[in-house]
Ligand binder design. Structure first.
Ligand code: AMP
Length: 185
C-alpha cells in the first residue's frame, strides 16, 4: 500500500525542524508537532495499519522512547502485542542486552527475555515482529534492537521508521528489510 504524495506532505509538514539540537550541527526532527496534529497522526497510523495488516505479525517492538508512541498505537490497531526495547536499566524483569557504538563511547538497549512469549516461540515457529522507531540516522540503535529480537528467539520481519536520513546509509547495517515512510535528504 503506497502513501499518496498528498498524505506524505501532510505527515512531512507536521514534523518540525529544530536546528542545533541537542548539539551544534544536528537538525533535530521534532515529532511532537506530528503527535499534536490529529490529521497527520491518523494519516500516518492508517497508512502503517494498511501496510502491516497483511504481514501476519505477532508483535510490534518499539525503540525507547519515541518508538513506543507509534509502536503502541500501531500494535493496538493491529490487535497484537507491543514490546518495548528500552535503554539500559529500565526493565524490571530478566533482560537480554546489546551494546552499540555512539560517536563517543557506547550505549545499550535491553529487552525482556520472555517479551515475545514463552509459548509458541520455537525455532520452527518464531514470533513475527515488526521493529519501529521515529527515525533512522546511523542505524546503530535499530541494528542493536533487531539483534535483540533475534537473540530472544523471535524474527524481525521488517524495521519501520517514520523518517530515514538517507545520506547516512543507516539501513545498510540492518539485516531485516527496512521501510521508511519519509526519506530526508
Ligand atoms: P541512530 O542510532 O544513529 O540511527 O539514531 C537513531 C536514534 O536517535 C533514534 O531513536 C532517533 O529518535 C534519534 N535521532 C538521531 N538523529 C536524530 C535527529 N536528527 N532528529 C531526531 N531524532 C534523532
Amino acid at each position: 500500500m503506497t502513501l499518496s504524495q498528498e498524505d506524505k506532505k501532510i505527515i512531512l509538514n507536521s514534523i518540525r525542524d529544530i536546528p542545533n539540537f541537542p548539539k551544534p550541527g544536528i537538525m533535530f526532527k521534532d515529532i511532537t508537532t506530528l503527535l499534536g496534529d490529529p490529521k497527520a497522526f491518523d494519516t500516518l497510523l492508517t497508512h502503517l495499519e494498511e501496510r502491516y495488516r497483511s504481514y501476519n505479525l505477532d508483535y510490534v517492538a518499539g525503540i525507547d522512547a519515541r518508538g513506543f508512541i507509534f509502536g503502541a498505537v500501531l500494535a493496538d490497531r493491529l490487535n497484537i502485542g507491543f514490546v518495548p526495547v528500552r535503554k539500559k536499566g529500565k526493565l524490571p524483569y530478566t533482560t537480554v542486552a546489546e551494546k552499540y557504538s555512539l560517536e563517543y563511547g557506547f550505549d545499550e538497549v535491553e529487552i525482556h527475555i520472555d517479551a515475545f512469549g514463552e509459548n509458541g516461540l520455537t525455532e520452527a515457529n518464531p514470533s513475527q515482529v515488526l521493529l519501529i522507531d521515529d527515525l533512522i540516522a546511523t542505524g546503530g540503535t535499530a541494528k542493536a534492537a533487531a539483534n535483540l529480537i533475534d537473540k530472544v528467539g523471535a524474527h524481525c520481519v521488517e524495521a519501520c521508521f517514520i523518517m530515514e536520513l538517507g545520506f547516512l546509509n543507516g539501513k545498510d547495517g540492518i539485516q531485516a528489510p527496512v521501510y521508511s515512510v519519509l526519506e530526508i535528504d
